[in-house]
Ligand binder design. Sequence first.
Ligand SMILES: [Zn+2]
Ligand SMILES: [Zn+2]
Ligand SMILES: [Zn+2]
Length: 343
Amino acid sequence: MAHPSPAVLDATKLFDNALTSIRLGIEDFELSQKVRENGGDPARALSAVRNLFAGVLLLFKFKLATCATDPAAAAQLVFMPPEILPRGDGVGGVIWLPAGKFKPTTIDVATIEKRFKAFAIEVDWGVIRKLQACRNDLEHLHPANTLGEVADFVSELFPVLRDFVQTQLQLSPALLLGEAWESMLNHHRFVESMAEQCRVGWAQSGVPERMQAWLEESCCEECGSTLVAPHPDSLKAGLQVENDTEDFEYLCLACSHSGQIAERMLEALSDAHFYDPSDGEDPPLEECDVCGISAYLTHDQSCQWCGAELTYSQCVICYEGLGQDDQRNRGLCSYHANLAAKD
Ligand SMILES: [Zn+2]
Ligand SMILES: [Zn+2]
Ligand SMILES: [Zn+2]
């Protein structure tokens, strides 16, 4: 099959293919979420994400193609532009010229984002990039490990797709996508109500205040879903996350797996503070001297778990900032503490 020439662009075909991909993606998604006994197939999670991602990108390209009335100009918006390279003008100046013609490949996510900015078309790129990352991860992981994560994305994608179809294309998503839309809507509502159930549960579970943000980032160890609720047994026993760090468990509402919630929150905290020892910096996270939990952030010198802060925050002589290790020197940095010891 010949490559599509950038000179011609069948916008209608782009649009039809987008809808087909999204419909197939939702069908795959439904099958991936069902158990095998009911004809389900978890392995479909990969094609669900692939199809949804492809469908959304095609829809975006269709929108770009409609930004120009001239078909050749429309094609140029959708295909990869030639590289711009410098060339000497022979008298010491430099001119920048496109090298070659438009490429036979259509634009990638990053380029679509730039084009959209140029045309003031707004999209929640955070969700799209997460979907892209999920697709890339799925290529390497067993789908079962990310089934919950995929379910989260389909729910998050729903408002993005709804707003885009309504505002940018001025069409009705329900009419366009029919049953697939109905299914996506139901799934979105289901996830929202589960998420609300989790929020209500955690609100009465004694989660340390500064850990709230990390709780929201916490996901099931088994399936990757963020729909983790306090375990009914932990609630019944009257446990509090803050005090019963070892014992308080979560229950995943997507796959019924349970485990220690503290560990999940601390993993989210440490993921957000990635540390490479070879870059010579101090680690951003330390074990807290007060509560013993690895939740002490060195950049703001406070513990995310127990709220502990420094008694002495700077050296009384040179004003150097102090850390947990310097506290035994009662307000002196290690250099001035050494000098004082020699006197
Ligand atoms: Zn799970
Ligand atoms: Zn602490
Ligand atoms: Zn000092």
